[in-house]
Structures are given as C-alpha cells and as structure tokens.
Design a protein around this ligand. Structure first.
Ligand SMILES: [Zn+2]
Length: 673
C-alpha cells in the first residue's frame, strides 16, 4: 500500500474507485486524445492537524469525499516554509536554491539594508521638465519557468487565478491569468490604511504604523478637511512621499454616519458599514494621472469618529501596472462583476493589527472576497476553454495569522471570551474551502485531475526570539560604541542594522529566519575569510540548536539549515543559516527587520499570533488531496510536473519534481491493497 489508507472502509472505497471509476495513471490518455483537464485549488496555510480534527468531527464532507476518491497526504513544503518560497516552488517545480526566493525580506549585501525579497514595483520616472521617462513597472525576482508557461508553450490553455507571488503576469499565448499576492497598492507596497480620528492621542498618531498611516481629524462643527496620501511623488524618488489628495469629512452623529467628499464625489457610509468602491484620479504631473480604487469603512460615527480607508488599489479598467493576461482581462472582469479588489494582499492584516479595522469587519471582508473568487472560478469553469486551471485563496492563511491567539490557551493574548467568539474562525474558513472543493468536484469528470493543496501548515507564535540580540550576546555582532556584549542593544526598532560595527561583526540576521555571515569580498564591509565561513556557520548552528527558553527550559529551534539546503543556481543569494523554530517561537518582528532590542525573548503581544515563516519545515507540511491515488511523500515541487505529465506534455529538464501518479515508484502498484 502506498497511499494513506487508515481504515477498512476507505481501503475498500479506494479499491472500488480505482478499479471502476478512475482512469489513474494506467489509464492515461494517449497522445492525440483530447486532454483531460487538470484543476488545482490552493488554500494558503491550511494546517493538516486542524483538517484531521475536522475530519474526526465530520465537518469537511467534500474533502472527505475527495480523500476517498484518491488520497490525502501531508505535502512537503520548502525550506523555509514561507508562502513566497513555497508558491515559487509550486510555480517553477524547483527548490528555493534554484528559484532564489527565500523570504519576504532580503538584504542588500553591500549596504546590509533590508530589501524586498520577492519583487519590486517602480513608480513613474519623470524628468524635471515633466517629460515621461518610464511608466511604472514591476519585476519578479523568482527565476525559472512556471509550469503553466511550459504548458502554454506546448499548446495547453490555462486559467490562472490569484496564484501567490506570481506577479507580474506571465505572457501566455492562449490562456488567462489574474494575479494575486504580489500585486502592490499604488503608492508603496503591501497594505495601506488610514484612520481619521479624534480619539487618537498625539503619541498614537506618531507611533509607527506598519502598512499605513494615521491622520488626525480636526473636527469643527462635525466637519473636517484632510489630505490623503495618493500616488508616489515622482519628483521625490526614494523618499516614498505621496502627492496629497484632499477629502472633506462630515459627521452626522444623530444618524451615526459619515459623508466623504473627494474629487467632486460624495459618499455617505453608516457606522459599521462599507462604502461601495470609490474611484480616484491621482495627479502625477499636469499631463499624467493614475486611476485607483479604494473602500471606506466607518468604525465609529459618534462621540469618537474612526474611519478606515483601504489602500489605493489598481483600477481594473486602467491599471497602474498590468496585472492580468491578456491585459484586457482585468477590465472584462470589472464589466462582469463591477469594480473589485485588485490588491494582492487582499486581507488587510495590518489594519486589523493596528485596530484600524475590527475583528468582525475583517472577517466579513474576508468572507466577501472569498465568495467573489469562488464566483469567478465558477464562471470560468462554466465558460470552459481550458486544460489547466489553478485558483488560490489566501484568507485561510491570513485568518490563521491573526486569530491564532484565540485557539492557543498558551498564547499571551488568549482570552476565554475571545476564544468563545473567535476560536472557530479558522475552521469556518476551512468550511468555506470545503464547499468550494465540493462544487468543483461536482463539475469535473473522473477523467480529470483535481488537486487541493496548501503550501505550508501553521503554528502558534507565542514568543519572539531576537536573533540579532542573541548574536550580540554571543559575540558575533557588535554595536558601535557599545562594547559590553552582555547588555548592548539599540533603542530604535527601525534601526535596520545601521548601528552595527561591521569591522567587528561576523554574523547578522535579516528577514524572518535568515542569518548571514559578514564575508570578506561578498558583504560591503566583510571580515570573515571565505575559507573560514563553513566552520563559523557550523559553530553558530550548534550554539543555536542548544538555545533554550529560560522560562521553560524548552529548546527554541528544531533545526538550523546551512547553505547546503540551498544548493542550486541561486545559492549565491541564499542565507548562510536558516532557522527552523520549535512550536511557539519565531524571529521577533524587530529582529526580522534588522533591529537589536534589549531582550533576547519577548512575549508576542501582536494580533499576528499564528506563524509558520521560519518554523521547522518537517513540522510544517501543507495538505494535498487528489481525486486520483498518489504516491507517498508528495512535495510542493511535484504538482506542476504531475500536471504536465497528466496532460501528456513534456517536462522541462530543470524541473525537480516527480510525477505523483507515477507507477515507477510503486505508486499505483498495490495502491488498492
Ligand atoms: Zn502565512
């Protein structure tokens, strides 16, 4: 037996389905026959142990059905088990050592500054006289050809919806692609919100607000004018400064609603409700403007006034940068359903973390967006005209990140009230997944191939480990003018390694789990001789594996990987060491962006309470379901290879995945025993 069959009923059902209904690999189409379809549904960050628990409760009927038809296994994720790395491996069928995407945060090895790890978008480049030098454009750092591009080259038609970290869209001769995670906002990257409030103190207004800004509302007789940041100012490159757009705000306390007037339009939004999409025209120069869309949500319209505005997103009918293939597809989708969310980071976790959006509004919005994607998928399936279809939802991941605090009694933010109210929201999102799977399964023939996957699992994030502070305490990193390693720290969480004395520093940390050595000839001010680097890395590795939590005595790290884990064409940019945390621990947020706080350990008091980014990969597998029996030990690099093989297409030689339906590894032989 080579796929998981844990009870006799399933065994029997698997035997029947393999014998009677399913083509399986022995029954693959001959070349020349019409190709059966491949449908892959992705749900970011679905944790297998929760799925198992829900199976035991009988609350995932459609996934149970799928498991009986084919199989259900843990899916091997990447090192590290992060979405950018894992979805890039899904796309390219290669390991991070080859595609080169290791983390959300990378580093500039010459300046030691944190940089985007996945890709970048460049704003308008305008000459001082106002002439346009270059329009905005986006680049992806991932190397390697996605399997859907290979399929397209060989004549297969694809529909690709919201595949994370596959932006900008690929050129396809006959398919369509709508990009998801990775599509930026206008005016920066990632989410952006702002709150207009008369309840914030000056200190709260000045506080660093990751992913957005707070703007104070100075109300006079219930009215105020504020300047909203618009698109990036092309005359101030590198400063991330925006051109301002005025908004007039009027509060109707009696009816508990807010009227907003911007660019000649007026919209009234009642308390606790959302506006329709608002269209903006953002001036860049006298000749150039950018179209954008955003939503408002009114949190309070009484004594205090709090308004949330979503980030300024690409207008689907006139996008800042193209995010679909063909280019006209983004507008066609708007013609079908009206304006829609185009930002890749679709769920505003930053706003929730900063109380600019409350829990219920966040969850309501997530459910609405999931339904929108479900409807799009349904319509694209009805329209047919494809051999390969991939659709991905990310709410399962974002809800887990922000609500894990209410499912782990050991989490510092756990409360019984919170657990009673929100302890089940992850399961709720899995039930939405189950309904989608059921609908898709009903539409497919047994000859088609259906995969349902998550890219990694999930863990609680109870304590942050400040890797840079640990490196200071152990003599590997030295702060300027602070010679006492037992007490040295930097009192600015946004220091970004600027206080480091590079002439005495041998190792530093940047990103969610990476450590780099300060190697001579590679880093800007390197001091570690390249020959000495492997021994130094091994010494740090052994010391890290011995680190225990002083409060509990627990080991903090399950695994620490050296560069050998990143063998491949892109190894040159890989971390020297990659951390694999035990349950409950992650790199502290401050250390991840290059800060060096006072404490090595800190309780995690952030709503971002579930994590997986640098968990031990062995302990963080995703899920894989299939309507065809699978061989053992599937990995995320295998799905694209299997899809190509199933469609009788050639597999590019650089792909590292294996065919999951293959008989060669004993996959089908004996699968019914
Ligand atoms: Zn995640």
């Amino acid at each position: 037996m080579t796929f998981i069959c844990s009870n006799p009923v399933r065994l029997l059902l698997a035997a029947i389905s393999t014998t009677l209904f399913l083509p399986g690999c022995a029954d693959r189409p001959d070349p020349g026959e019409p190709r059966p379809r491949v449908v892959i549904l992705g749900f970011d960050g679905v944790e297998p142990t929760i799925v198992d628990q829900m199976f035991a409760e009988g609350s995932l009927p459609n996934l149970s059905r799928l498991r009986e038809l084919g199989g259900y296994q843990r899916l091997q994720t990447t090192v590290p088990p992060q979405s950018p790395s894992a979805w890039s491996s899904f796309a390219t069928c290669q390991s991070p050592g080859n595609h080169g995407v290791y983390d959300y945060i990378g580093r500039d090895r010459l300046t030691y500054s944190p940089v985007m790890g996945t890709g970048n978008t460049f704003p308008y480049d305008i000459l001082p006289d106002g002439e346009l030098r270059k329009k905005p454009y986006s680049v992806i750092f991932r190397k390697g050809e996605p399997f859907w591009v290979s399929a397209d080259r060989q004549g297969a038609r694809s529909k690709l919806l919201h595949i994370p970290f596959a932006y900008p869209p690929d050129d396809l001769t006959r398919g369509l692609m709508l990009c998801g995670a990775g599509v930026p906002e206008i005016g920066g990257f990632n989410t952006y919100f702002y709150s207009l409030s008369d309840s914030f103190t000056q200190a709260e207004l000045a506080e660093s607000v990751g992913g957005g800004v707070r703007i104070r509302l100075e109300l006079t007789e219930g009215k105020a004018k504020v300047d909203s940041p618009g698109a990036l100012d092309p005359y101030k490159p590198g400063q991330s400064e925006s051109i301002k757009v005025p908004i007039e705000v009027a509060v109707d306390r009696q009816n508990r609603s807010i009227s907003l007037t911007l660019q000649g339009k007026q919209v009234t939004v009642p308390e606790k409700e959302w506006s329709d999409w608002i269209e903006w025209t953002l001036p860049i120069t006298d000749q150039i403007s950018v179209r954008a869309i955003s939503l408002f949500h009114v949190l309070e319209a009484g004594e205090h006034v709090r308004i949330y505005m979503s980030s300024l997103q690409f207008h689907p009918r006139d996008p800042y940068v193209r995010f679909t293939t063909p280019e006209t597809y983004s507008g066609e989708v708007a013609d079908r359903y009206g304006l829609y969310k185009t930002l890749g980071w679709a769920h505003d976790t930053s706003a929730l973390r900063r109380n600019a959006l409350d829990e219920d509004a966040f969850l309501e919005e997530a459910a609405t967006h999931d339904e929108w994607v479900r409807k799009l998928l349904e319509d694209e399936m009805s329209a047919g005209n494809y051999e390969l279809l991939v659709a991905v939802w990310t709410s399962t991941d974002r809800i887990s990140h922000t609500f894990w605090r209410y499912r782990d009694p050991l989490h510092p933010l756990y409360t019984a009230d919170g657990a009673a109210r929100y302890g089940h929201v992850v399961e709720d999102s899995y039930q939405r997944m189950d309904r989608i799977v059921g609908e898709v399964l009903d539409r497919l023939s047994p000859r088609d191939l259906l995969f349902v996957l998550s890219d990694h699992g999930f863990h609680s994030f109870r304590k942050g480990f400040s890797v840079n502070t640990w490196l200071v305490r152990n003599g590997y990193l030295v702060i300027r003018d602070k010679p006492d390693a037992s007490t040295a720290f930097v009192d600015d969480e946004d220091d970004m390694l600027r206080s480091v004395d590079w002439s005495q520093t041998r190792a530093y940390a940047l990103g969610l789990g990476a450590i780099y050595l300060n190697i001579r000839g590679r880093e800007g001010q390197g001091i570690v001789e390249p020959d000495a680097a492997p021994q130094l890395a091994e010494k740090i590795r052994e010391e890290l594996l011995a680190v225990t939590d002083p409060e509990t005595g627990e080991k903090v790290l399950k695994s620490v990987f050296g560069r050998e884990a990143f063998a491949g064409k892109s190894q040159v940019s890989a971390p020297d060491l990659q951390l694999g945390y035990a349950e409950g621990y992650q790199t502290s947020k401050t250390s991840a962006k290059g800060g060096i706080p006072a404490a090595v350990f800190e309780p995690n008091l952030d709503k971002w309470s579930g994590e997986h980014a640098s968990s031990d990969p062995e302990e963080t597998p995703g899920i894989l379901f299939s309507n065809h029996p699978l061989i053992d030990n599937p990995a995320i690099v295998d799905l694209g290879v299997t899809a190509l093989q199933f469609m009788n297409l050639d597999v590019p030689p650089e792909y590292q995945g294996k065919d999951l339906l293959s008989t060669k590894n004993g996959g089908m032989e004996g699968s019914t025993q």
